[in-house]
Structure formats: C-alpha cells, structure tokens
Ligand binder design. Structure first.
Ligand SMILES: C[S@@+](CC[C@H](N)C(=O)[O-])C[C@H]1O[C@@H](n2cnc3c(N)ncnc32)[C@H](O)[C@@H]1O
Length: 305
C-alpha cells in the first residue's frame, strides 16, 4: 500500500514490519560465529510479533543462505551481515558518547532496538526512545513480559516523527541544554527528502554544544531510474514471497533527490566523519559487498556539534 502523510502501523505491517525484519537480522547475527553483536532480545521480540517468516529466520529454522540468489544484488546473508555491522556501529557510537561524558541519549525510530536493555549505560544516563505509539507499546509490553529490565532511565515517547516530537520529547523531560547522543538508524529512507531535512533541523535545534549524532544516510536517487530501483527492491522480496512472506518494500520508501546527510550536517554547525557499509563490514571483520549500489551505497555518519 502506498504511503500517506499520516499513515500508522504496528510491527507486523507497513514500515513497522521493517523493524521486525531488522530485529530478525540481529537475531541471526547474535547466533553467528564469531558474533559481532549480542542482542538476546531480538529473537524473542521477533517471535512475539508473530510473522512466521521472520520468526523462522530468528529461530534458525530458515537460514539466510536459503534466501540468497535470485535477481537481488544483495542476498539475505549479506543483508544480515550489513545489519550486524550497522548495529555494532551504533552500539560503539553510544559507548564512545558515554566515555566522553554524555548522559542524555535519544533513539529516533527505535523499532525493536533493545539497547536500553542490553548496553551498559553509565549511572545517571537518561535514554529516550521515539517511535509510533503501537511500536513503542508492543516492545515495552513484550520486554516487560519477558522479565527484561532497562539498564538505564528509559523514557518512551510515543509519537510520529512527522508530528511535533520535539514538544513531546521535552514534555518527557529532555533537557536541550545538556549535550545529547542521538541516533537515526534505518530511518531516513522512510521519510520524504524534505522530512529528512526537517528532522535534521529539529535535532540541530535541540542539540547543545558537544552533542553527537550518528545516522544512516541513504543515497539520493536524483539521477537514478526510480522504476529500476523499485524493481531491484522487489527482486529481493521475490525470494521471501516463495517462503510465504509478501511485502512490497519498494512502496514503503521515499526515493528521489534528497540531501546528503554529511553535507547537510556540516552546513548546520556539525563536524562529521562518514563510513560506507563496506567500511563497517571490513572494520568488524566481515566480507565486503560486491555491489556498489543499494545497501552498499548507504553511509554511516558520525557528527559532533
Ligand atoms: C527499519 S526500522 C528501524 C528500527 C530501528 N532503528 C532498528 O534499526 O532496529 C524503521 C523504524 O522507523 C520507524 N519510523 C519510520 N517512520 C517513522 C515516523 N514517521 N514516525 C515514527 N517512527 C517512524 C518505524 O516505526 C520503524 O520502527
């Protein structure tokens, strides 16, 4: 179904299902040897969502290798490695921010991210998680049911990131005068180009000097053939359909001409460094992607204000 300005979802539908997909990849990565991440909550969260295809992947009943091949340039095995590297990158970002003395953190579009429950946060840290209400409610309730305890002062902010989330965040206790560590992982592709700019403006306005931001930047599609890109995305999903899961990811993302996150942040008072997906794969001891398109073209930006 096509996106609308005020669409909503749970973790089994639309954009919400992408959070379950990423958590399934984290469950696979947690079982891998050697493992570059450890997310013990990924598998039970995916199980609880109840999409059998992702639950089978999370349990190891269906392997990534069984989904490789077909017309997709990046198969499931490499996607899972990419998600493992990405998770580790953001884990390391928070560890470095804590080391630098930052005690306020925000996870934008938290999905099934369990960092509040699995990372070691310094005493006194407050962590805010923002996502759509049904997503927040499901994760919080499911983890409580599993007996998981947050390892930080965790405050959820259930609101759409297209709404006035800065007001909701501030109402939850966020202090704009304190330096903050922000992450935006797996988010920008689901925002239209102008929505990405607005979000970066809002983050900048709420960021005291010394704040840090780590974000996954998706490539601009200005010169690319959008139909071809959507067809390529559909090719990945074809293999999934053979295993009983039918979703049109290409209808969930916004393509078109969008700002380069690194340049945008530099123009708005941030100093930046950027890495590619392949840089991260190499950094964490995994094989590089052959493709130079799609997932390989995303960037991982670290910025400081
Ligand atoms: C690919 S998932 C990534 C989730 C999480 N960051 C991770 O990496 O596991 C995309 C997430 O973005 C959230 N999201 C996308 N657009 C949003 C919006 N407009 N408002 C709130 N959340 C949004 C979805 O609900 C979903 O949880």
């Amino acid at each position: 179904m096509a996106r609308t300005d005020d669409d909503t979802w749970d973790l089994a539908s639309s954009v919400g299902a992408t959070a379950t997909m990423v958590a399934a990849a984290r469950a696979m990565a947690t079982r891998a040897e050697p493992a570059v991440i450890d997310d013990p909550y990924a598998a039970p969260l995916v199980e609880a969502v109840g999409i059998e295809f992702f639950a089978r992947l999370a349990r190891g009943e269906l392997t990534a290798a069984e989904l490789d091949g077909g017309d997709s340039p990046v198969g499931m095995s490499r996607f899972a490695d990419g998600m493992a590297a990405r998770t580790r990158f953001f884990d390391d970002f928070f560890a470095a921010a804590a080391e630098a003395g930052i005690r306020q953190a925000v996870i934008l579009a938290s999905g099934l991210d369990a960092r509040g429950y699995r990372l070691a946060w310094p005493t006194g840290t407050v962590l805010y998680e923002i996502d759509q209400p049904e997503v927040i409610e499901f994760k919080t309730t499911t983890l409580a049911g599993l007996g998981a305890q947050p390892r930080v002062d965790l405050r959820t902010v259930a609101i759409d990131l297209r709404a006035d989330w800065p007001a909701a965040l501030t109402a939850a206790g966020f202090d704009p005068a304190a330096p903050t560590a922000w992450i935006a992982e797996g988010l920008f592709g689901y925002l239209p180009p102008e929505g990405q700019d607005r979000l970066l403006d809002q983050i900048s306005a709420l960021s005291a000097p010394g704040s840090r931001l780590a974000a996954e930047g998706v490539p601009s599609q200005a010169d690319a053939d959008e139909d071809e890109t959507r067809e390529r995305m559909q090719a990945s999903a074809d293999r999934w359909r053979e295993h009983g899961f039918d979703i049109d990811f290409s209808a969930l993302v916004f393509l078109g001409d969008r700002a380069d996150v690194t340049s945008y942040l530099q123009a708005h008072g941030w100093s930046t460094t950027a890495a590619t997906a392949n840089d991260l794969l190499v950094r964490y001891g995994m094989q590089r992607l052959d493709a130079d398109e799609g997932f390989a073209a995303v960037t991982y930006v670290s910025a400081e204000k």
